[in-house]
Design a binder for this molecule. Structure first.
Ligand code: URP
Ligand code: ZN
Ligand code: ZN
Ligand code: ZN
Length: 469
């Protein structure tokens, strides 16, 4: 099966140029001017960009959390991702104290297999540093291809790990060539502030933000960076929400620490005042870390532009407003944390970033795809448009104007945090390993066609491409 995508403008992290792309089965075979191949299906991309399929390094699908389970599973979540131009996700596999890592991975394979529409990998949570867990990590990295380990520094009495566990995970990661990821907030201090607020009768959603101050995020970020330096290891800080935390990352980088930072669309566009919306609507805007004062947004945009933050995750963690978010009526600490963003992540960055002149088109590709591919062992099969790479491609209309809404999105939840937001740009067609999964804005994929990817170690490439052998 051959396809030629003609007349599009190819955009990678480094180049923008007009060329045709010849695809054979799953792979890009040729890129050039005026490619002719009589047996190929011809797709005209005139007037459109062609981006490498976006990579979402941060999703929570079918995940039990906050007394409920995220609404989007691997089928609805990856389908929505595809509509948004994302062709690979890396989802967080949760583990349980006292249980084996392999049982957790097995459970996550069970959730995703036969459901995912796009390719996927797993990050593995490390919640304790028992001898049994430490002994199992090498197999996860070396054999299971799970080359990133996640430590939560917050969510006390639930996901939170102590500094000993973080440090031992950093040492193991250094030894094995894995990347440690942290949710950086000081969970102990937050736990105190939450209890104090509730004791004073402060129960509204806004207190979620007020009990998780920027200091708690910056302190944990700085601590994790320092421990990474001490271990000589490598660290990726997820969902950086504020200037103070971004500065800790920049400062650590300037000291030569191998540290990377991710932010998310909500922190670039929304602010703390959304949590004050009446009729409990503020619950729709409960994330951890929380939305911040608006002035932080300029700092985050500049950090993306200057490379102090390098990636954008969706932190997809969706709950219905009715029936799930409302578990926290009368007690903000019971509002399930998280929101639906897997679908709109890419288009928000294009519209708010490229169209508003904050980042270049090539930076947009780097931030939504290439950098994540390199950090998480997917490059160069994923994350770029090159001969030998997987034909994961997005044909993108860079000029169409549209309005984000729960009425038109494909996520399984009953609200969209960006409801009514006017944006420019939309994926028209999306290919996953050479197959259309979205064609002319219609879903034509199949549940189960997405493959689990055993990822390369930190700093290594996934597979030598045919032309490089
Ligand atoms: O509020 C959030 N971020 N929910 C998802 C879980 C996490 O901490 O990433
Ligand atoms: Zn988190
Ligand atoms: Zn998350
Ligand atoms: Zn068009």
């Amino acid at each position: 099966m051959k396809k030629i995508i003609k007349n599009g403008v190819i955009v990678t992290a480094t180049d923008t140029y007009k060329a045709d792309i010849l695809i054979e089965n799953e792979t890009i075979m040729q890129i050039g001017e005026n490619i002719q191949e009589s047996s190929a299906e011809v797709v005209d991309a005139k007037g459109h960009y062609i981006f490498p399929g976006a990579i979402d390094p941060h999703t929570h699908l079918d995940m039990p959390f906050g007394g409920t389970v995220t609404k989007d599973d691997f089928e609805t979540g990856t389908k929505a991702a595809a509509f948004g131009g994302t062709t690979t996700i890396v989802d967080f596999c949760l583990t349980t104290k006292g249980k084996s890592l392999s049982s957790a991975v097995e459970a996550w394979h069970h959730k995703s297999k036969n459901k995912a529409v796009i390719d996927y990998g797993f990050h593995l949570q490390i919640v304790e540093s028992s001898d049994a867990v430490l002994a199992e990590i090498p197999k996860m990295v070396e054999e299971e291809g799970i080359t990133s380990l996640k430590v939560f520094m917050a969510y006390k009495n639930q996901f939170q790990a102590d500094d000993e566990t973080l440090y031992k995970t950093l040492l193991a990661a250094k030894e094995l060539g894995a990347l440690v990821m942290v949710h950086a907030e000081n969970g102990d201090v937050i736990d105190y502030l939450v209890k104090d607020a509730l004791a004073k009768g402060n129960t509204d959603p806004i207190y979620h933000a007020l009990t998780r101050p920027p200091e708690a995020e910056a302190e944990a970020t700085g601590r994790a960076a320092t421990l990474t330096g001490l271990a000589g290891s490598q660290l990726y800080v997820v969902h950086v929400s504020c200037a103070d935390a971004a500065k800790k990352i920049a400062e650590a980088r300037s000291r030569g620490i191998d540290i990377w930072g991710e932010t998310c669309p909500q922190y670039l566009v929304l602010d703390q005042t959304y949590l004050e919306k009446p009729d409990f609507e503020g619950a729709k805007y409960v994330w951890s870390p929380p939305l911040r004062e608006k002035w932080n947004q300029d700092h985050l945009w500049n950090a993306l532009k200057t490379g102090q933050l390098q990636t954008l995750g969706s932190d997809q963690c969706s709950f219905d407003f009715v029936g799930q978010k409302d578990l926290g009526k009368g007690d903000f600490s019971k509002i399930p944390n998280g929101g639906p963003l897997i679908e709109d992540r890419v288009s928000i960055l294009y519209s708010e970033g490229v169209k508003k002149g904050r980042i270049s088109l090539n930076q947009f590709v780097e931030i939504t795809s290439t950098r994540a591919a390199k950090l998480f062992g997917l490059y160069p099969k994923k994350g770029t448009i090159a001969v030998g790479a997987d034909a994961d491609l997005v044909i993108y209309d860079g000029n169409v104007e549209r309005t984000l809404s729960a009425k038109t999105h494909h996520m399984a939840v009953d609200y969209n945090p960006f409801e009514g937001m006017k944006i420019t740009g939309e994926p028209i067609s999306v290919l996953s390993r050479g197959n259309f999964i979205i064609k002319d804005k219609q879903f034509v994929g199949e549940a189960g066609q997405g493959k689990f990817i055993k990822r390369a170690k930190y700093g290594e490439t996934l597979e030598k491409m045919p032309t490089m052998i």
